[in-house]
Design a protein. Sequence first.
Length: 384
Amino acid sequence: MERRYFLRGAVIGTSTAAFGGSLWRGAAVAEPARPGVGPYGALRPADGHGMRLPSGFSSRVVARSRQRVGPTAYVWHDAPDGGACYADGTGWIYVSNAEVTPGGASAIRFSSSGAVTSAYRILSDTRQNCAGGATPWNTWLSCEEVSRGYVYETDPWGARAAVRRDAMGRFQHEAAAADPVRRTVYLTEDESDGCLYRFTPTTWGDLSAGRLQVLVAGSATSGSYRWADVPDPDGSPTATRQQVPGAKRFSGGEGCHYANDTVWFTTKGDNRVWQLNVARDTYELAYDDSLISGSAPLTGVDNVTSAASGDLFVAEDGGTMDICVITREGIVATFLRLDGQSASELTGPAFSPDGSRLYFSSQRGSGGSSSGGITYEVTGPFRR
């Protein structure tokens, strides 16, 4: 079972990176990002993997769906989606969801040199595991993108069994972003009239019990907001998004990322990147393609992460199969492009703990099937 939106007109190592510049700080309502010359320059011709990258960057394939991962015996899952990286001694681990049913999540362990040393399953027998998010206590929250879906807390090392976190609500989950300052987790909902939620556990570090709330605000694209309790997180018989009068609607919530008192999240139905200032209780647009004259560089906004520099990296579902950068100076530009894979989407961007490698997947590869997923690594001089 596969899902695609029809568009209008068509990691743990860096999760606390500080944002600077006019887009991220300063005025109460900042100017949304505009197209410009990115920090990495023009894209070169496609390499042997069909990937167009700036000068100084290179790519490699680390896994393919239904094939063994590197020298291991583990077979990579179909439809790779949301992902994150975790420090592992001198190496690291990349986890990836499977957006199929039955779904789940898998992990790849890398040595300090970047060599694949092992791969294994960390979650099984779930449904349409789309995005998710890393926690400060080094677990992976894998989210089911189905009606009344669950959040599962998993162990990237595969030593502990995954646990279903019912208190985090049952709805069409997309992504999660943990805020260690306010000790809460923000959650997006992939519905055309979806909401933005936060879950505050009774005890930080234990997601078995807590308080689920929904963001309440007006219909404008900027302003103040408040949080209201969701009376019945189970979402039956009344969906969670319908339980609180005045809950703000977002058109297809997708990626979600926390950094420096700001929650960044994307809505694919209207091709926007939002920023929620959780210290001032205000929200505004960080990017909106309808405000751009001519061809917009970023369409089909989906998963989002940040580099050590504070630049945002936004993956496309559709568009021209790009990962775009929104710089701390407020410029949006294409960072990479995959040729010949227009029936796919880019998913799971996450940086290695040292910030030198970017991992992501093409969910359906060149054939347009969930069995054709490809997971990549890009190495190069990322800004610090």
